[in-house]
Design a protein around this ligand. Sequence first.
Ligand code: FES
Ligand code: FES
Length: 208
Amino acid sequence: MQRSNPVVEARVMRAMKSDIAAARPGWHGHCSASLIRDQEVSVVPTVSMTVNGTPVTAEIDVRTLLVDFLREDLRLTGTHVGCDTSQCGACTVHVDGEAVKACAVLAVQADGSEILTIEGIGTVESLHPMQLAFREHHGLQCGFCTPGMIMAGIDMARRHGSELVAATVRTELEGNICRCTGYHNIVTAIIDGARSMGDAPLAPHAAG
Ligand code: FES
Ligand code: FES
């Protein structure tokens, strides 16, 4: 049984109410979520959210990061953990239609949200246009950063439209790190993926 700590619990409750936009990919400071994860608290809330079109409800430790909830509770391991400190963007998912670093968000902060992960954007038989563009342009080497890059790329296409230019993509990728440093092909893939997306919707369950 975990010890109750009123001070830490108050910090947790504040974090639960904090703006999820602070976890946008371009931001890479230290997050209160990962600091809270290392504390002892006794709050065990029930969270409900829709993940890749499927409603899920679970009782979780309040300190659970969204990325750990996705990977360990739901076994959606396509979302990667590269740094765990909001630096690399490997954990990028969409929360209510916006790209967010899932290691910078507590699962309780995503309560009631629509979550989209790399598993939800396409299938092996029918890849998402951004996935096809990464394959076409060799936008990956080891592939570790790729799920986060693709989710960030789709987010860029949504916000900037189908006529993305390299300078915009490079600026937007500030919060996504590729340890293989193959940025040139990643940028080309995102530009082409955005063009292919055009105004076409994502998979039916991914819209929104
Ligand atoms: S694992 Fe989340 S930013 Fe690196
Ligand atoms: S392809 Fe290896 S980390 Fe990006």
